[in-house]
Write a protein that binds this ligand. Structure first.
Ligand SMILES: [Fe+2]
Length: 135
């Protein structure tokens, strides 16, 4: 399964949309490496990159929400924190097992599905609020 950006995921906030596009690219690189039979070291580097990028992106997104007094900030932050926790569990499994088939399945479920749902709904809702605020 590939992950591809589509304008239907756009929140309308340029900085966030650009980061989301980078996230999609990072996940796509990760999946391609797994599916292309790359080894643990190479896939591990892509996992590390993705983890760091996710953390930076979430913190930028949360700052933006705070700055604009987004009423669902705490709720949204909790969803981000939960994702970081489940990504951490995935990293632990990866450390033990490497890029196995079950790891790839987990990436698809935990990361790809989550990102598409989160960006397509939760982030778009946030974007709508902030855009109206900025006017
Ligand atoms: Fe978000």
């Amino acid at each position: 399964m590939a992950i591809e950006w589509s304008d239907t995921y756009a929140t309308g906030i340029e900085q966030i949309d650009n980061q989301h596009k980078e996230l999609f690219k990072a996940v796509d690189r990760l999946l391609s490496a797994c599916n292309g039979g790359k080894g643990k070291e190479e896939v591990g580097k892509l996992m590390d990159f993705l983890k760091d990028y996710v953390i930076t992106h979430f913190s930028d997104e949360e700052e933006l929400q705070k700055k604009h007094g987004y009423p669902k900030y705490l709720e949204h932050k909790k969803v981000h924190d939960d994702f970081v926790a489940s990504f951490g569990r995935l990293m632990e499994k990866f450390e033990e097992q490497g890029p196995t088939l079950s790891f790839i399945t987990n990436i698809n479920k935990t990361v790809v599905d989550w990102l598409i749902n989160h960006i397509g709904q939760v982030d778009k809702e946030m974007g709508k609020f902030i855009k109206e605020k900025i006017g």
